[in-house]
Design a binder for this molecule. Structure first.
Ligand code: FES
Ligand code: FES
Length: 545
């Protein structure tokens, strides 16, 4: 047990006496002890700046600061910026310049801006961008944030909403702040990790360290014996019902039953009094794996004899799309120029600023409430009802503010079902949240795509035929992949007149983490390929692309 110290912290003009250890971070004191949840944790390791507070007026990463180091300094959090109920002009500027989207970065952005204008009331764009360099936003593109800081002095008076129209009854063309902007700019907006319920436990997931293996045995006895551990679940404790997005391709177990299919596959879950105890318990779970051959390349995975990942299917082609209209071969014959090329679009991950989090609680009548940072509450509710075998009417899913999702927070997340199961087993509310690195293992990012494209064109630029073949690396499970592989082909004819088109799509399972929905559901890579080839065609024919 680490030695406790009692320190006095000056936060937003108030003195607080708090117990800490030598390793307690300032974010923990602010969020967990003082309830000042406007200070966010996006990475916990000093990379994202979401935890920015002012320390004697200077921006500081509260996740890197030990609480002991903060003693004797004046700390300002977003909750301390408004005075006597009046927003700071910079807060009003953020609201009215449209500088807020998901709002997860907003407290940090506002405080960083505040530190800058306190020293330099008329900062230039480069100075603002320099000041914001350590504070990341995944939603806004920064333009409006920079503009809000540049124009803060125009917002010294209360609401100027609608000022662009000049008529209070005209809303079309008027600039209107988001409805939730006041909550987000003051730190009052509650994200899933800001929910704290009485008697709450924490949960963590043990994941597979190997890409493909049969589970020979799991011994949880040492973890269960650890002081502070309240429950341990493995595959034998959960339903055999599979889940996913499309009923035809439900292929995921809540926890691995017989085998794991990628590094990061969920194997066991623990609930304990705090996350540190959860992590110690996970280290005490012994899993014996018998490793199986793995495949990481979709072309190899399509070959005969490749290791089969989902055993009830006879090969690794998860989804096949064969779609065409007109006569492409005839179209190529009619063309003055035919070109073809290959393109590759990589795997990427959404990386929303807010890590996933879910908090579950059962009432005495067997009804469940789940607070979650989901994009789609009805998917979560539907899948929970299937997996828990209770009516949807007994489940309430509360979508908290969502700190960015971009497709990665659509569909059921392991945290939602496992926090519900652990809460049921322990009879206490359970919070589960990912660290930034866990997000990469569990996230459902953009598919890698291998694209072969052929196009025919007449001298005047008329397209006569297009043929496209896409191979998508889907990773171990289906997730939203059925949509991605369909859209990869179906969206190509939407922008141009194509009389003849043929699309062959293959989404292939590999032993990598599953891909899912991300901004455009499979469309951006083929669109890049199409526009690239179109430009090459135009240049070859001496046309303006
Ligand atoms: Fe502190 Fe990311 S820098 S949470
Ligand atoms: Fe900046 Fe969402 S508004 S991360």
């Amino acid at each position: 047990m680490s030695k406790r110290h009692v320190i006095e912290l000056a936060v937003n003009g108030d003195q607080h006496v708090v117990p800490v250890t030598a390793t307690t971070r300032l974010t923990e004191v602010l969020r967990e002890q003082l309830g000042l949840t406007g200070t966010k944790v996006g990475c916990g390791v000093g990379d994202c700046g979401a935890c920015t507070v002012l320390l004697d007026g200077e921006p500081a990463n509260a996740c890197l600061l030990l609480a002991l180091e903060a003693e004797g300094h004046e700390i300002t959090t977003i909750e301390g910026l408004a005075t006597h109920g009046e927003l700071h002009p910079l807060q009003r500027a953020f609201m009215e310049e449209g500088a807020i989207q998901c709002g997860f970065c907003t407290p940090a952005m506002v405080l960083t801006g505040k530190a800058l204008i306190s020293k330099n009331p008329n900062p230039k764009e480069e100075e603002i961008r320099e000041a914001l360099a350590g504070t990341l936003c995944r939603c806004t593109g920064y333009g409006k944030i920079v503009r809000a800081i540049e124009r803060w002095q125009e917002y010294t008076k209360p609401s100027q909403a609608g000022k662009t129209s000049g008529d209070e009854h005209v809303v079309v063309g008027a600039r209107l702040p988001r409805k939730d902007a006041p909550e987000k700019v003051t730190g009052r907006a509650r994200y899933a990790d800001d929910i704290r319920l009485p008697n709450m436990l924490y949960g963590k997931i043990l994941t597979s360290p190997v890409p493909h293996a049969r589970i020979v045995g799991i011994d949880t006895s040492k973890a269960e014996a650890l002081s502070g551990v309240k429950a341990v679940l493995t595959g034998k404790d959960v339903t055999d019902t599979l889940y996913g997005i499309s009923p035809a391709r439900y292929d995921e177990h809540v926890l691995a039953k017989e085998k794991v299919c990628h590094v990061g596959d969920e194997v066991a879950a623990v609930a304990a009094v705090d996350e540190a105890t959860c992590k110690r318990a996970l280290e005490l779970i012994d899993v014996e794996y018998e490793e199986l051959p793995s495949v990481f390349d979709p072309f190899e995975a399509m070959q005969d004899g490749a290791p089969i990942i989902v055993e009830r299917f006879k090969n690794n082609i998860n989804t096949r799309v064969d779609w065409n209209f007109g006569d492409v071969e005839r179209g190529f014959e009619d063309a003055d120029l035919v070109l073809e090329d290959k393109y590759e679009g990589n795997r990427t991950y959404q990386s929303p600023m807010e890590p996933h989090c879910a908090v579950s609680e059962w009432d005495g009548d067997g009804r469940l409430t789940v607070y979650t940072s989901t994009q789609v509450v009805h998917y979560v509710r539907y899948q929970l009802a299937r997996l828990l075998e209770i009516p949807q009417g007994d489940i309430r899913v509360i979508g908290t503010h969502c700190g960015g999702g971009f497709g990665g927070k659509a569909g059921l997340n392991p945290l939602e079902i496992l926090s519900a199961l652990l809460a049921k087993r322990t009879g206490r509310p359970v919070k589960m949240r990912y660290t930034r690195s866990e997000m990469f293992h569990h996230g459902r990012g953009r598919h890698k795509q291998h694209i072969e494209l052929k196009m025919g064109m007449k001298r005047d630029g008329t397209i006569t035929a297009v043929k496209q073949r896409c191979v998508l690396d889907g990773g171990a499970y289906s997730s939203f992949g059925i949509v991605a592989v369909y859209y990869a082909g179906a969206m190509i004819p939407t922008l141009y007149k194509l009389p003849n088109y043929k699309y062959d799509g293959f989404r292939v399972n590999t032993n990598l983490p599953a891909c899912g929905a991300m901004r455009g559901h499979g469309c951006p890579h083929p669109r890049f390929a199409f526009e690239s080839l179109l430009t090459d065609m135009a240049n070859s024919l001496g046309l303006d692309p």
